[in-house]
Design a protein around this ligand. Structure first.
Ligand SMILES: C[S@@+](CC[C@H](N)C(=O)[O-])C[C@H]1O[C@@H](n2cnc3c(N)ncnc32)[C@H](O)[C@@H]1O
Length: 406
């Protein structure tokens, strides 16, 4: 069991791809010095994300990630080609508006589309099951590791037990217990997202690229930054790397998510802070932050929570502060969501087969309008970002920015 401890220590990086990857993040030796221990990574790392603790699980993870890549590419394309063909056979133009019920009733039972959906769902369920088995079979070791970090620095962890509203308890992506109801939700989500992101989460790749894209206020002052819905704290750490002098916070409603984030940051020796809180009620003073970011938060909360989050963000930003919310549809196309057959089938797959409970609420929310009503200046053609695994292939899309007037 002891081999499970200190799995995140940088001391075991002795070079090779993992050592190189880590040094790309910056302070390899500084982190090692901070930790001051000489423990050994039992199975090494794949960069920043710890290698899974046994070969069986790692082999399974490789299998499920590569199958996921196949589903996300070839199988998705086959399902979409089939959808186009069926709509045309029924005298419909796939690029024209049509009622949702019509599109789904024509397409749902097709064997290719159906196979894609079932393959997606079963693979995902299986992935969670296998990962969860590991954490619960070694409950004491993983829990002690997390408990040992709770009160350690350099950053702080602030918990508020029992604050989770009902809407935050859904098992989005079929993750057992969701973000709030499983003690190892952070562990599960970190390895799970490596699978979702087609194996591109070993080095915090997208978080580093997002942190580097964050626009700076016009006066150049960046003293405090918040990432809302911070999950495993990857963007929080990446923001601290980019702005080493800033006080950086992450808030998340998942207690296990912030605990995991804090443990990971402690192990990395990175001075960042996490608060268990709602993005719509963060508890920070008025005008506290220079920059507020969020990544893939809004499509997972209710329409009302999105509006409240936007208003809360405006409140905690200082005059001239910048809001950078990255999600699906936070690009200029956000104002032009269509009701074509292809749109319906993609949305239905996401909502029905990936259990994105709040997908339609997010889609119909007047996101940019609420930013304006909250008092922000909305700039639609901001920096390019990579939102999903699909988008990451084409170099990204321009993302909205909200500026609180100076
Ligand atoms: C899809 S994940 C976001 C991914 C994450 N930003 C990252 O960088 O990997 C959604 C996260 O938002 C959190 N969340 C959901 N509703 C929230 C709320 N109202 N306030 C704060 N966090 C919330 C969830 O617990 C979860 O960790």
């Amino acid at each position: 069991m002891s081999e499970l401890f200190n799995r995140r220590s940088a001391m075991g990086f002795t070079g090779g791809a993992a050592g190189l990857a880590y040094s790309l993040m910056g302070s390899h030796s500084a982190v090692a010095a901070n930790l001051g221990s000489a423990d050994i990574e039992p199975r090494g790392t794949d960069g920043i994300l710890e290698r899974l603790p046994n070969l069986d699980l790692e082999s399974y993870d490789e299998f499920s990630t590569s199958t996921r890549v196949w589903i996300n590419t070839d199988l998705n394309r086959s399902a979409e080609r089939r959808a186009v063909q069926i709509l045309r056979e029924n005298g419909l133009n796939p690029r024209e508006e049509m009622p949702f019920e019509k599109a789904v009733s024509l397409l749902a039972d097709d064997p290719v589309i159906s196979f894609r959906n079932h393959a997606w769902q079963r693979l995902q369920m299986h992935m969670w099951t296998e990962l969860r088995r590991e954490f619960y079979n070694n409950y004491d070791a993983y829990m002690s590791e997390m408990e040992a970090a709770d009160n350690k620095g350099p950053g702080v962890l602030e918990m508020s037990p029992g604050i989770e509203p009902e809407y935050t308890k859904h098992e989005i992506h079929m993750q057992p217990g969701g973000y709030t109801g499983d003690e190892f939700a952070g562990h599960l989500y970190h390895y799970g997202t490596n699978n979702f992101y087609n194996g591109q989460n070993y080095q915090d790749e997208r978080h580093v690229s997002l942190a580097n894209a964050v626009p700076v206020p016009a006066d150049g002052k960046v003293m405090r930054i918040l990432d809302a819905g911070s999950s495993c704290g990857q963007q929080v750490v990446a923001l601290k790397k980019r702005f080493p002098d800033a006080e950086v916070w992450g808030v998340d409603i998942g207690a296990p998510m912030v605990r995991y984030s804090h443990m990971r940051a402690v192990d990395m020796g990175v001075d960042v802070n996490f608060r268990h809180a709602l993005s719509e009620e963060t508890g920070f003073p008025d005008g506290y932050f220079d920059i507020v970011t969020s990544y893939l938060l809004h499509h997972e909360i209710t329409e009302e929570a999105t509006y409240q989050t936007i208003r809360e963000t405006e409140r905690i930003l200082r005059p001239g502060g910048v809001y950078f919310p990255v999600d699906v549809y936070t690009n200029p196309g956000r104002r032009r969501i269509d009701g074509t057959g292809m749109r319906h089938i993609r949305d239905w797959m996401t909502h029905r087969w990936n259990h994105e409970r709040w997908w339609y609420e997010y889609q119909r929310a007047d996101f940019f309008g609420e930013m304006e009503r909250a008092g922000m200046n909305v700039i639609e053609g901001g920096p390019k970002t990579q939102v999903s695994s699909q988008v990451s292939m084409n170099g990204g899309i321009a993302n909205v920015i909200g500026i609180k007037p100076a």
